[in-house]
Design a protein around this ligand. Structure first.
Ligand code: ASP
Ligand code: MG
Length: 447
């Protein structure tokens, strides 16, 4: 029998770190769940201010820095932080001022070293919250463990190096110590501070859970898990109890804002279950994401992503040509534009892009060299996430039957099906997006 206790990693998001009461509550939740490694986001609003600091001119910087300092000082005071922590915070404030003073606004490395302060500060506050509850927790500078490449602003983690570095912290975890560390940031091979991209703390937590071979990961946020659809669209949205990694991966990229999309990859790879719950109402339960679930409904969740466009490129010469699509995709790659959905006919290709992307006239010009371009904007992608999507006779009829009827008259602009057993998506005008989701939710989830 294995008597060693489970190693639990828990991540607390920005709203769970927003003020002294929230941070205290987060520490309580961590203690109730026997968490060994606590990963924190910046206090909500802080990273936005830091982003502003990297772009704004001199006249604004003092105000922004003062706001950040005042906010963190106040939280520290309310948590009755020890002198040691207060001194560490003051030292970080000085470092932040220096980093801002010496920044070169076009320098991505400089920007990342400024953005890192949100998490560097909040992790100290979390230590204070534990101390207030008479628990001693130890601060871990995550840059010693989470190794990345040097793609500043959107760094890619180096999995092997991170695992190697993590062996150094395993003894403390096995000895029952609580470690508190930062999400979102890492370090490049030369030691420079990097960030994983906005919202990346979830991903950090998953990478760390993998690196220390944790038994489970918990992500604590301000909603009780993942809902069957956005509760702002229909009050009948319900908590999903269990979800597979594959469904969760599809859902995270389909517009559901609960998880940072890349979070699932390390968990699925290492089969580490993830629980998502509400810090402020832990008794509400949450969503557990696992390898295989007890049930496999055809449709488990429905997501909506608005402000999308379809760009169509038409060339009669495309028929039976080889290499044409490669050339088209190469143009998108050159402009660093990611394409989410595609559909093709013999002479045209349609791709789905954010409305924003189409403001890039250089991209459009390059595509026009390849053929005739037409654009339809203000569209919504509706994604149905579930199972056996391609092996469910009658599913298509059930989906579109009541949308394209006389009473609804919702026309479907494009459909993507076949690539995944877990996702079917289609586009309608933005004006019908919510109505479409409501109808589908009623048909597939409420009954
Ligand atoms: N603090 C970072 C952000 O706001 C990372 C995170 O919260 O996940 O983007
Ligand atoms: Mg976040």
């Amino acid at each position: 029998m294995d008597l060693s206790k489970d190693i639990v990693v828990a991540k607390f998001g920005g709203t769970s770190m927003a003020d002294a009461a929230a941070i205290s509550q987060s520490a309580k939740v961590a203690l109730q769940n026997n968490v060994s490694l606590v990963v924190v986001s910046a206090a909500s609003g802080t990273t936005n201010k830091l982003v502003e600091l990297t772009t704004t001119d001199q006249s604004q910087t003092n105000t922004l820095i003062d706001q950040i300092i005042a906010n963190h000082r106040q939280i520290a005071t309310e948590l009755a932080a020890s002198q040691g922590i207060l001194d560490d915070l003051e030292a970080l404030f000085e470092e932040l001022k220096q980093a801002v003073g010496s920044k070169d606004s076009n320098d991505a490395a400089g920007a990342d070293s400024i953005l890192a302060f949100g998490e560097l500060l909040s992790s100290n506050l979390m230590i204070a919250a534990f101390e207030q509850q008479n628990v001693s927790a130890e601060l871990l500078d995550v840059r010693k463990v989470l190794k990345t490449d040097d793609h500043f602003g959107q760094a890619t983690p180096l999995i092997r190096e991170t695992k190697e570095a993590a062996t150094a912290i395993k003894p403390s975890l096995n000895n029952g110590k609580i470690l508190v560390t930062q999400g979102f940031i890492g370090s490049a091979p030369d030691g420079a501070t990097t960030t994983l991209g906005r919202g990346g703390s979830d991903y950090s937590a998953a990478l760390l859970a993998e690196a220390i071979e944790a038994d489970k990961l918990q992500i604590w946020t301000d909603v009780a898990g993942i809902a069957s659809t956005d509760p702002r669209i229909t009050a009948d949205a319900r908590q999903i109890k269990q979800l597979t990694f594959q469904e969760a991966a599809e859902l995270a990229t389909a517009g559901a804002r609960v998880l940072y999309p890349r979070t699932i990859t390390p968990l699925r790879r290492s089969k580490i279950p993830l629980f998502v719950g509400n810090t402020f109402e832990p008794e509400q339960g949450g969503t557990t994401i696992v390898d295989t679930t007890d049930d496999q409904p055809r449709v488990r969740a429905i997501a909506l992503k608005t402000n999308q466009s379809i760009l169509k490129l038409t060339t009669p010469e495309m028929a039976h040509q080889f290499g044409y699509l490669a050339k088209v995709f190469d143009i998108f790659a050159q402009f660093k534009v990611s394409i989410d959905q595609i559909s093709t006919s013999e002479i045209s290709i349609a791709v789905v892009l954010d409305d924003q992307t189409l403001l890039n006239q250089d991209l459009i010009n390059s595509l026009e060299d390849m053929g005739e371009v037409s654009i339809e904007g203000d569209l919504s992608i509706i994604s149905l996430i579930g199972n056996k999507i391609n092996d469910s006779p009658g599913l298509i009829q059930d989906i579109f039957g009541n949308l394209e009827s006389d009473n609804a008259k919702i026309s479907v602009k494009m459909i993507c099906q076949g690539a995944s057993q877990h996702n079917l998506c289609f586009l309608v005008s933005d004006e019908y997006g919510q109505d479409t989701v409501k109808r589908l939710h009623q048909n597939f989830i409420e009954t």
